[in-house]
Design a protein around this ligand. Structure first.
Ligand SMILES: Nc1ncnc2c1ncn2[C@@H]1O[C@H](COP(=O)(O)OP(=O)(O)OP(=O)(O)O)[C@@H](O)[C@H]1O
Ligand SMILES: [Mg+2]
Length: 243
């Protein structure tokens, strides 16, 4: 579903990604872990082509995203739901308007169609009937769920989660992790979760990769990662992800 090949990204001489490659098959939940500032959000921005790589390529569903026309890029982006690092909801808009936002931008959905999609997505994230609530009236975990509902608006085949549980208490984190698992199971989406929360990756990931100094270190499955001999992975796990 996603093929990343020899990806490099520099910002004015700062090397953030230094040749990372990975193939993510359809339906997999891949977790990318690594300390703050190691380039996790950058990786997701490159997959969405919100930024251009310095070198290397990304294929999504068989298409090199660097070669897409504007139209092609819009089509590919619709296959991808992005849950941003902060919930990034529009504070002045109701939950309904937040989830409806991207649909409305398309200009070809009727209000009845939009209403149906919003209702269905809110049910999927277990917030039925919250259409008319404002984001400020919701807890942090509920806001995250609204941002997930918004990412689901176009029935994406891929969901990118940027720190989906960071800043949430353990109980709320668990509800978000259960939701990530439910979406993976029921919608069979391909997911990438970037985070430094170990509990989240241990509960959700099929496969774990660590990003260290611009390169990937393969952790493998959760069990394999937990008993990894790699000193960098071992240190990260021992420190509880807070290195
Ligand atoms: N637009 C930009 N211009 C210059 N430098 C940038 C830009 N975006 C990111 N960086 C730098 O690239 C590095 C990686 O940033 P990134 O946001 O990808 O890290 P991260 O792993 O997501 O961190 P966190 O866990 O804190 O969210 C950082 O050193 C950051 O300062
Ligand atoms: Mg980040």
């Amino acid at each position: 579903m996603i093929k990343i090949k020899d990806l490099h990204k520099n910002y004015n001489g700062l090397v953030v990604l230094n040749g990372v490659s990975v193939d993510i098959p359809e339906g997999e939940t891949l977790a990318v872990i690594g300390p703050s500032g190691c380039g996790k959000s950058t990786l997701l921005r490159l997959i969405l082509r919100l930024e251009e790589p310095t070198k290397g390529s990304i294929e999504i569903d068989g298409q090199n995203i660097a070669r897409l026309s504007e139209d092609g890029l819009i089509k590919i982006r619709r296959k991808i739901g992005m849950v941003f690092q902060s919930a990034a909801l529009f504070d002045s808009m109701s939950v309904y308007e937040n989830v409806a936002f991207a649909l409305r931008e398309q200009n070809h959905f009727t209000e009845a169609e939009i209403k149906k999609v919003v209702k269905q997505k809110l049910e999927l994230v277990e917030l039925p009937g919250k259409e008319n609530v404002m984001p400020s009236e919701l807890s942090g975990g509920m806001q995250k769920r609204v941002s997930i509902a918004r990412a689901l608006a176009f029935d994406p085949r891929i969901i990118l989660y940027d720190e989906p549980t960071t800043g949430l208490d353990p109980v709320t984190s668990t509800t978000i992790e259960n939701l990530i698992n439910k979406l993976s199971r029921e919608l069979k989406v391909t997911s990438i979760i970037v985070t430094h929360q170990l509990s989240t990756i241990f509960r959700t990931a099929h496969r774990i990769i660590m990003l260290d100094q611009g390169r990937f270190i393969l952790g493998g499955t959760v069990a394999e990662t937990k008993r990894s001999d790699n000193p960098i992975i071992k240190k990260f796990i021992t420190a509880g992800g807070e290195t």
